[in-house]
Design a protein around this ligand. Structure first.
Ligand SMILES: Cc1cc2nc3c(=O)[nH]c(=O)nc-3n(C[C@H](O)[C@H](O)[C@H](O)COP(=O)(O)OP(=O)(O)OC[C@H]3O[C@@H](n4cnc5c(N)ncnc54)[C@H](O)[C@@H]3O)c2cc1C
Length: 348
């Protein structure tokens, strides 16, 4: 069910098996599995995460869908199988040793701060790509995620043989040009004038024939979500067919601080089944170390949910089914009697 204020008292009193922070690709996959393992699960989702911005989900079978379709379909499925869902922002998690207490901000105005409890926590809150900060951010949102891409693995193919602008957030990020050139030779590198570029990198770009433009962007040009050029602060402009933003990302992991999880370069380190350095915390998808793709996040959800089910199942009393089996046998015997009495009279 979708939780509203009137459900909070009842739901705060119960102990969930699992609380999932984040209802994107990974969190939804875990929710569906957990609900179908007949476990009590709550998904908490703030809205407008990374999957939401995917206009086309490539490299995923059986067909291309939008991120919104993926989220709506997954949410509907999780609810159908009995998961609870809360539209809210996970602010903090406390581990009492026995359970996790998950504090949520519910609603931006007239906020409530309910605390829900669970045996296990799944962190599936992903990350968000850093975008160029222009005066008019609407102009950026008009094209970002359409033909102004943020993911080379996802959208490199879409850029094949197109005139591409690479917007690099650091000198290191300029190296993306030498991967993007797998798909297209027509690359212009933009630094927004935000950092100096060393002689070695300049020489490498010149050697490949990639122009370097080091001035701030004023706005993206185009219409109907199709970018076809970039205008700079000095009034000059270039024509392009596509773009790739490589400016890093921000992890949605603030609520995990108290748990002191093992990380590597900021990514949460997990075992094969997505278990973190805390035995009752699992991390999925973009938040953890590994490839940032929907297929990976979805598979992570499968692994984490199944590992948790296995553990809860093994800790539960054995299900011998003695009483139900005896009852079923008694019922079968009962229903068999009239048939016998309907047959030919004995000894007749
Ligand atoms: C424009 C774009 C195009 C892409 N194209 C592709 C593609 O074609 N193919 C592909 O495989 N991948 C693609 N990706 C990458 C893909 O979106 C991610 O790899 C995938 O969504 C990761 O899943 P996730 O569950 O880890 O994170 P997400 O899907 O980002 O889910 C995390 C969820 O957590 C929520 N959240 C965050 N913080 C909190 C909080 N504190 N409390 C509550 N909720 C919170 C967010 O709102 C979000 O819904 C694309 C990404 C972008 C941005």
């Amino acid at each position: 069910m979708i939780l509203k204020r009137e459900h909070f008292d009842e739901k705060q009193a119960q102990l969930y098996d699992v609380i999932i922070a984040g209802g994107g690709a990974g969190g939804l996959s875990a929710a569906v599995y957990l609900a179908r393992y007949n476990l009590k699960v709550l998904v908490i989702e703030k809205g407008r995460g990374r999957s939401f911005w995917m206009q086309d989900l490539w490299n995923y079978v059986p067909r291309v869908v939008s991120g919104k379709e993926l989220i709506e379909g997954g949410k509907e499925m999780a609810l159908h199988y009995g998961a609870d869902w809360l539209n809210g922002f996970v602010e903090a998690v406390t581990d009492t040793g026995e359970e996790f207490q998950v504090r949520v901000k519910y609603r931006f105005k007239n906020s409530d701060y309910p605390v829900f409890r669970a045996k296990y926590l799944i962190a599936a809150t992903g990350l968000m790509d850093v975008l160029p900060q222009l005066e008019n951010m609407q102009n950026v949102y008009e094209y970002a995620g359409y033909n102004l891409h943020v993911c080379l693995i996802c959208d490199g193919y879409e850029m094949t043989n197109r005139r591409a602008a690479l917007i690099a957030g650091s000198e290191k990020a300029i190296n993306t040009a030498f991967v993007l050139n797998w798909f297209t030779p027509y690359i212009t590198v933009l630094t927004l004038g935000a950092y100096p570029v060393g002689d070695e990198m300049r020489a490498k770009l010149a050697d490949h024939g990639y122009p370097l433009i080091e001035k701030p962007i004023a706005r993206f040009l185009g219409k109907d979500h199709v970018m076809d050029g970039i205008e700079f602060a000095d009034g000059t402009s270039i024509k392009v067919d596509t773009g790739l933003i490589s400016m890093g990302s921000i992890r949605h992991d603030g609520y995990l601080k108290n748990l002191d999880l093992l990380t590597d370069g900021g990514d949460i380190v997990t075992e094969y089944d997505c278990r973190t350095s805390h035995p009752r915390v699992f991390a999925l998808g973009d938040l953890k170390k590994g490839l940032n793709q929907v297929s990976i996040a979805v598979a992570d959800g499968t692994l984490a949910a199944t590992a948790i089910w296995k553990e809860i199942r093994r800790a539960s009393a054995p299900r011998k089914w003695t009483a139900p089996l005896q009852e079923a046998a008694a019922r079968a015997e009962e229903s068999a009697r009239p048939e016998i009495s309907l047959g030919a009279p004995r000894g007749g």
